[in-house]
Ligand binder design. Sequence first.
Ligand code: CTP
Length: 403
Amino acid sequence: MSILSGKKVLLAISAGIAAYKTASLVRLFIKSGAEVKVIMTPASKDFITPLTLSTLSKNPVESTFYDKDDENELWNNHVDLGLWADIMLVAPATANTMSKMANGTCDNLVLATYLSAKCPVYFAPAMDLDMYKHPSTKNSLAQLQGFGNVLIPATSGELASGLIGEGRMAEPEDIVSFIENDMLSKLPLRGKKVLITAGPTYEAIDPVRFIGNHSTGKMGFALAKSAANLGAEVLLITGPTSQQILHSFIHTIHITSAQEMYDAVHKEFANVDIGILSAAVADYKPKNVASQKIKKTDHSLEIQLTPTKDILASLGAIKKHQFLVGFALETNNEIENAIGKLQRKNLNMIVLNSLQDKGAGFAKDTNKVTIIDADLHEKTFGLKSKNSVANDIMNEILQKINA
Ligand code: CTP
């Protein structure tokens, strides 16, 4: 899945022959899952028609603040467009448009929108080689980069003039992958490896029966998605669950029992930066697992249980650089019990959910948590969807690891 999936891309086209390539650019953004709106300088319409671009982007294309000939025409609000966008791309960025952007000139819709945009702005210059080399163009490039705008460099090759040199707009495929890579490199958990446990564990009684619990894995899967969206490489170790996740940054390992989860976690822990153990691991397992199905009799049946290994505590005992987060599910003396677990298991943070809170806990789509850090600072959040809770937890972790 592309990082552009679900993102709002505002493509601003200025008047260069490379404008004909913006049709492919719109197609590629749409293919990557982005929503696209196109704005144009009036002169760029000589190079590609708004009809082509509105058909491809499935959105109206604007080039003026309003249509003088249509008395019902609405004002094309550049501020709204600027705020709508997650990213703005000026392509092709001509010498004229770049110079105006660099100097705050605001005589068309593209420039007014550029000045209003709060999102990251990319620009892909396109012009003839001598124009590209001109000191005034170099000034514009430097000034725009100084504003934090991101240059997608022009390439060398044959130009519309027939001359050969630098000034060709980067190819649409290269522009899209440049933006994807740039966005990825700026994600706050880029380069970090996060291990997450999720779901229940099943402890076998015999070949057909087990001891389990009602955990669905929803919270752990939401955490995996949130961490991956922040750029982390996620290793999701999950017990039996109907949850599914498809994300290029998430590698899922399926296990069944507490011992299998323990083994899988320990195999990976040395290489991870953050461990978040949200699984509802069985605390006990049958001491002996019958090799054949246990037959029904008239007598009562006793199954002797023996403790499983506490995975979280075992990681707390060996952790070095890792930031370790546990969960506590409590029904009474919530805060004291959670702090007890935080300290006993040597954690950096614990997420408490109380079963006394309506809407929190197993099999629900919502959760209500209190996050307690190693300095015993508490932060209580309201009832939210598990996806939002996951984002809150990841934000707290980010703040701590960057503090
Ligand atoms: N945990 C674990 N391995 C276990 C049991 C629990 O890794 N064998 C982890 C859970 O994933 C969770 C945390 O420990 O992050 C706390 O789980 P919880 O069931 O609330 O606490 P326990 O330590 O099992 O204590 P108790 O059941 O007595 O409350």
